[in-house]
Design a protein around this ligand. Structure first.
Ligand SMILES: [Ca+2]
Ligand SMILES: [Ca+2]
Length: 182
């Protein structure tokens, strides 16, 4: 028991050091990132623009690296949405689909534009669930998994909303990978 407590304390200590040293570990010549374009290899036409928007918003909000325009950045994120698949996840007793699961895979290269080399190259896959229809704003489900049920931004087409939720999760994963690459 005592050993466990010590380990937890050490883990907390290390993780808090990590937070404070994020900026210090950033390669000295990398101060900014551009998210110029997203290649879309799927049939969902809106997913490229949505990905640029959500990844940019997330990076700006988290503020661990400056987001700059193409041509003014030391690095860029080269994102390809390579796969989107839907499959039934749960069924009703009548064997109707109760919930669908959507999986999205993004191939991401964080590229060092000063030294012309990749800083990482990785596939990110995430998923979310959505109902076949109905109003996600009153279904009693936390559709975007943010801890609030049926809050004001849970609106719109369930599948489109699930795509958005999944890309938000991928945005978080990309940022975490950027931070852990430093
Ligand atoms: Ca929610
Ligand atoms: Ca809901």
């Amino acid at each position: 028991m005592k050993k466990n407590k010590t380990l937890i304390f050490l883990a907390l200590l290390l993780s808090s050091c990590g937070i404070y040293s994020f900026r210090g570990n950033l390669p000295a010549h990398i101060n900014s990132v551009a998210i110029p374009a997203v290649i879309n290899q799927t049939a969902e036409i809106e997913v490229a623009d949505l990905t640029i928007q959500l990844v940019t918003e997330y990076f700006v909000a988290e503020n661990v690296i400056r987001v700059a325009s193409e041509g003014n950045a030391d690095s860029d994120l080269q994102i390809t949405i390579s796969r989107i698949t839907d499959r039934p996840s749960t069924f009703t007793l009548q064997e109707r689909v109760e919930e669908w699961r959507i999986d999205i895979t993004a191939k991401v290269v964080w590229y060092d534009l000063k030294n012309n080399k990749p800083l990482f190259e990785k596939d990110f896959s995430r998923f979310a669930f959505y109902p076949p229809g109905g109003d996600i704003g009153s279904d009693g489900v936390d559709n975007d998994e943010d801890g609030s049920i049926d809050e004001s931004d849970e609106v719109g087409d369930p599948r489109t909303f699930a795509i958005r939720t999944t890309i938000q999760k991928i945005s978080e994963d990309i940022l975490n990978e950027v931070v852990s690459t430093w």
